[in-house]
Ligand binder design. Sequence first.
Ligand code: DGL
Length: 269
Amino acid sequence: MKNTQRPIGIYDSGIGGLTVAHAITKLLPGEDILYFGDTAHLPYGDKSEAAIQAYSIKIADVLLKKGCKAIVIACNSASSAAYELLKEYVRNDAHILNVIDPMIAHVCEHFAGEEVGLIGTRRTVASGVYHQRLAETCPSIKLRSLATPLLAPMIEEGFFNNQISHEIIAQYLSESGLEGIKALILACTHYPLIKKEIDGFYNGHMAILDSSEIVAMALKDHLEKNGLAHSGTRSSKRFFVSDYTPSFEASTRLFFGKMVHLEQHRLWN
Ligand code: DGL
């Protein structure tokens, strides 16, 4: 098979990464997609770095065996814990992309000299990876980050656009640590689903940065620059999970815009 025709692998701790997969399939409709959701081990947001690294290596093995030309780490928690290791591990077999670097590039371009907020899981915030990358590439930006661990489970349970979600979101966003920001990075797969509510909290006066579209554009650019883009008109999409349940399958509708069929692929037998 020609390199260009090989699929794009996308993985996440679960089905939240379907927000990124959805943005990628919209922007690159000719590319074959293999999605892997590690539903047996979610949430990654509260796991140790070592655990996420071990899961990520297993998943990369699955995606490499299936011939992926590129692997997108759709999960912020996994991007912060396992990107460097995975790049070392995979070497020349596939290109590895994360969800953090495209966001850093975007923020540097548009918000130099400003204060920027970030919300994400405990793992993402504790890793300090956004602070570190900004300090390296755009030190004039002051980053204020806040762990918002209730948001992902809340969204998974379908609690958004209602009174409970409004109150939880308002409580988090009112924290003094986020005062004075000019933009807010949504550093979690799930948060595109509450973007409108966050926008409502700020009465439309905040730049809300959703990584799914930014990542899809960075992937397109990367494939084109490296001669890996496939411009076919038909493509296949397969969605694997490490632990299948009907409720995960039902929830795919929330994150992908329509329900998709999930196939079980265990990481450990
Ligand atoms: N996918 C995770 C992230 O983007 C959120 C869910 C989890 O904690 O596993 O950080």
